[in-house]
Design a protein around this ligand. Structure first.
Ligand SMILES: Nc1nc2c(ncn2[C@@H]2O[C@H](COP(=O)(O)OP(=O)(O)OP(=O)(O)O)[C@@H](O)[C@H]2O)c(=O)[nH]1
Ligand SMILES: [Mg+2]
Length: 470
């Protein structure tokens, strides 16, 4: 995927810039698109107000600087007490650090026609004149000789922020401005009341799959990248009906999927109540070369895979595994698929993982299985949502992410369902519950759509038989 600021990075920068508002980032200049040339930089960025400059180096480190003062070409230093340098990632790992100005803003930036973005005197000079691309990267000719002269690097240095070089895959400058929440919700006007919570809880609790198909429970398959929040979604729904935060499914962060066995989780009505008429089927997380593949997906969709089947990355699923259902019926099959995607990293899903998802979608489409996206970790991309989940449909950042995901997945926007899973909370939250329940209810509606189609098929078949019998 293209190199650009992720929603999480935007949210982090937004917090550092200050004020409780989120910010809108508008791309002004990008060397891979516009060429690495100081004059071009100035023609696109001078007199534009506050900006963020971001470096993406060849070690997958991301760093840069913010200034509230406009860039200019006057050959002069400018004062800005709000300016800061930062690092977001180092060697591919998230390492957010802010390096504040330590000179009361004196010499915060240097603007000159032959210079690319230059911070301090000079803590960080990106490049001078123009740079040609060399293979995949730009060998910037700037310097960092006086790193720490104007900005407090808090013990960090050229090596621990910039990997000791200025070879970048890209460099971007964004205009930054405060962003208001939308006046009107971008999709759905929800009344975030306890009455609504009870209403949807009841709908979910009393859900029955379409009669006439001999089906007790709807089966919803959760698929997605490692750490996206698949198991947490089950825990969230389970917690709502248990009445307290529950961690029945194992969740957390690990290099490879924490979920190693296929689990068809049931949710019960209260502590020891009866299971509801749906199951959330949790799978091993997708990776570039691990996790369920499109071949496994065939078996999963068609209902051959037994509960607690242990995924083994080196041994593909086959009819020889213990418990393999040789003749599954409609009730064993999957009736809706929920792709679980982490909204904070959705821009950087590896190409290979996306290819796997696309290949799976082909198989789902062949079977007419409806698909939705559960977009998790929405608290990570917008401060207002992090404070209050009910702001989700008023957040421009959220709307932008939903639009993007809908396009990438080739699904209507109404199939993209933002949710906030419980992760560190100790108490249930009404708005968090409502959002998850709304998503689950929509999924159950999609299950019904699938079942109606099955019923139609059966009725047509029966009609044919009757006609032949005539
Ligand atoms: N902030 C935040 N964290 C979340 C959310 N959902 C999940 N997490 C965290 O993300 C991490 C991974 O969540 P899991 O539910 O284990 O993810 P998974 O998709 O089951 O991952 P694997 O089983 O490893 O493939 C955990 O630390 C969760 O607490 C969310 O909505 N917001
Ligand atoms: Mg899991």
């Amino acid at each position: 995927m293209a190199i650009e600021l992720t929603p999480t990075h935007k949210n982090q920068l937004s917090k550092w810039i200050g004020s409780s508002k989120t910010h809108k980032f508008t791309l002004l200049y990008k060397i891979s698109r516009d060429g690495c040339n100081a004059q071009t930089f100035h023609s696109y960025c001078d007199n534009k107000g506050p900006t963020i400059t971001v470096f993406y180096n060849t070690n997958n480190s991301v760093y840069g600087g913010y200034t509230a003062v406009s860039w200019n070409s006057n050959g002069a230093y400018y004062t800005d007490a709000n300016a800061f340098l930062f690092k977001l990632k180092f060697d591919g790992a998230e390492q957010p650090m802010k390096f504040p100005n330590k000179t009361n803003g004196t010499s915060a930036i240097y603007g000159a026609s032959g210079y690319g973005p230059t911070f301090g005197g000079h803590d960080l000079n990106s490049f001078t004149k123009s740079i040609n691309k060399s293979g995949t990267h730009f060998p910037l000719n700037g310097n960092t000789n006086r790193l720490g002269a104007t900005y407090d690097f808090q013990g960090q240095n050229y090596n621990s922020v910039m990997n000791g070089h200025l070879q970048v895959l890209d460099l971007e400058v964004y205009h930054v401005e405060e962003q208001q929440l939308l006046q009107k919700p971008w999709i759905q006007n929800v009344d975030w009341s306890s009455q609504l919570e009870e209403e949807i809880k009841d709908k979910v609790a009393t859900y029955k799959p379409l009669p006439g198909l001999d089906l007790q429970q709807a089966r919803i398959l959760l698929v997605g990248q490692v750490g996206a929040g698949k198991s947490s979604f089950f825990n969230t729904i389970n917690s709502i009906f248990r009445g307290h935060i529950s961690g029945q499914a194992n969740t957390g962060s690990a290099e490879h999927s924490l979920t190693t066995a296929y689990r068809m989780y049931q949710v019960r009505d209260g502590y020891a109540g009866k299971p509801f008429n749906f199951r959330l089927c949790d799978t091993r997380g997708l990776e570039e070369d691990q996790g369920i593949d499109d071949h496994d997906v065939d078996y999963l969709l068609d209902g051959h895979v037994p509960d607690r089947y242990k995924f083994n990355p080196s041994v593909p699923l086959s009819p020889d595994v213990i418990g393999f259902l040789k003749h599954p019926t409609l009730s064993d099959k999957i009736h809706c698929v929920a792709f679980v995607l982490d909204v904070s990293t959705v821009d950087v899903i590896p190409e290979k993982v996306l290819e796997r998802i696309k290949a799976m979608q082909v198989r789902m489409n062949q079977r007419g299985v409806p698909q939705v996206v559960l977009l998790t970790k929405i608290d990570r991309i917008c401060e207002e949502i992090s404070d209050d989940v009910s702001k989700v449909f008023f957040s421009p950042a959220m709307k932008e992410s939903v639009d993007k995901v809908a396009m990438v997945m080739g699904l209507p926007r109404s199939n993209i369902l933002p949710i906030k899973n419980y992760e560190c909370e100790v108490e249930l939250d009404q708005n968090t519950n409502i959002l998850s329940l709304l998503s689950l209810r929509r999924i159950l509606h999609f299950v019904d759509d699938f079942l109606y189609n099955k019923l139609d098929e059966i009725e047509v078949d029966q009609l044919k038989k009757v006609k032949i019998g005539d």
